[in-house]
Design a protein around this ligand. Structure first.
Ligand SMILES: Cc1nn(C)cc1-c1nc2c(-c3cnn(Cc4ccccc4)c3)c(Cl)cnc2[nH]1
Length: 283
C-alpha cells in the first residue's frame, strides 16, 4: 500500500511574499515562494468580511472543492488553502505569462493561429470538466491565464457547478457571455459553456464580444435574438465555428470533442508547435 503523501499544513509564514500580480472583485493575488521547497506559486488573498458581505462564501467553498480536484494542463491548479483570523488564502499555480484579458487588450485582437490554439486548449479543458459533470459558467478573458509556454489556463471556478442545474444566485457583472437559456433564467446544462466558447472565439478575433451594448437590456435582446454580425476580416473557417457555437438551441451547438477536427483549428495548427514543454522534453 502506497504511503499517503502527508498533507502539509500551510500558513502565511510558509511563504515569502513577492509582488502583487493582480486584483479581482474578491481579493488580490501575490507572487509567493514556498520557503520549504522554493516553489513559486500565486497566493490569492480574500478578506473573510468581504466574502460574507457579498454572500459568496458558498461560491468560494465550491471553488475550492471543485478546483482542488482538477488535474488538466489547461486548468490552473489549486494546491491548497488556509486562513487566519480575517483572511482566506488560496495556493494557486503561478501562470508565467499572466492574464489573458491584458494580452488581448494590448494586442487588440489575435490572429487565426493564436486564437485557434487558445480555443482548442480551452475546448480540451471544458471537455475534461464536462466529463466530470462540471460546467464552468463563467468563461471569459478575465478568467483565463497564460502559462510559461503560452498555454491557456482556465481559472476562477467560483461560478462552476455540477450539472444539470438552474441558477439560484443572481448574476452580477457582464451579461456578454451568457447564453439565451441563462439570460431567460431557464434550466441550463454544460452547453452553456459551448455558447461562451463561441463568444470567446469572436472576442479573440474581433477584440470585443459579439452582443456588447452599453445597456444590459440591449445586450439581453441581442443575445436572445442571436443578433450576430461577424466582421468581413474574420476568416470563413472561424466564422463557421462561431456560428456553429452561437446557436440559440443548446442541442444544436457544435460538440466540444469535434473542435480539434474543425477546419479552422486544423488549418491553423502549426506543424512544429514552438517552445512547448513537449519540445523541451524531446530536446
Ligand atoms: C500578472 C502576471 N504577470 N505575469 C508575468 C504573471 C502574472 C500572473 N498573474 C497571475 C494570477 C492572477 C493575477 N491576478 N489575477 C486576477 C484575479 C485576482 C484576484 C481575484 C480574482 C482574479 C490572477 C494568478 Cl491567479 C496565477 N498566476 C498568475 N501569474
Amino acid at each position: 500500500k502506497q504511503p499517503s503523501v502527508p498533507v502539509r499544513q500551510y500558513s502565511l509564514s510558509s511563504f515569502e511574499i513577492g509582488r502583487k500580480l493582480g486584483k479581482g472583485k474578491f481579493g488580490k493575488v501575490y507572487c509567493a515562494r514556498d520557503k520549504a521547497t522554493g516553489y513559486v506559486c500565486a497566493l490569492k488573498v480574500m478578506e473573510k468580511k468581504e466574502l460574507i458581505h457579498f454572500k459568496v462564501e458558498k461560491q468560494f467553498r465550491r471553488e475550492i472543492e471543485i478546483q482542488s480536484n482538477l488535474r488538466h494542463p489547461n486548468i490552473l491548479r489549486l494546491f491548497g488553502h488556509f486562513h487566519d483570523s480575517e483572511r482566506v488564502f488560496l495556493i494557486l499555480e503561478y501562470a508565467g505569462q499572466g492574464e489573458m484579458f491584458k494580452v488581448l487588450r494590448k494586442k487588440g485582437r489575435f490572429d487565426d493561429v493564436l486564437a485557434s490554439q487558445y480555443i482548442c486548449q480551452i475546448a480540451s479543458a471544458l471537455s475534461y470538466l464536462h466529463k466530470k459533470h462540471i460546467i464552468h459558467r463563467d468563461l471569459k478573458p478575465e478568467n483565463l491565464l497564460i502559462g510559461l509556454d503560452g498555454e491557456v489556463k482556465l481559472s476562477d471556478f467560483g461560478w462552476s457547478v455540477h450539472t444539470p442545474t438552474s441558477r439560484r444566485t443572481t448574476m452580477c457583472g457582464t451579461l456578454d457571455y451568457l447564453p439565451p437559456e441563462m439570460v431567460e433564467a431557464k434550466d441550463h446544462d454544460s452547453r452553456v459553456d459551448l455558447w461562451a466558447l463561441g463568444v470567446l472565439t469572436y472576442e479573440f478575433l474581433v477584440g470585443n464580444p459579439p452582443f456588447e451594448e452599453p445597456a444590459h437590456k440591449a445586450t439581453y435582446k441581442r443575445i436572445s435574438k442571436v443578433d450576430l454580425k461577424i466582421p468581413p476580416y474574420v476568416s470563413v473557417e472561424a466564422a463557421d465555428l462561431i456560428r456553429r457555437l452561437l446557436q440559440h438551441q443548446p442541442e444544436r451547438r457544435f460538440p466540444l470533442d469535434q473542435i480539434p477536427d474543425h477546419p479552422w483549428i486544423v488549418k491553423n495548427r502549426p506543424y512544429w508547435p514552438t517552445n512547448n514543454a513537449a519540445d523541451k522534453k524531446s530536446g
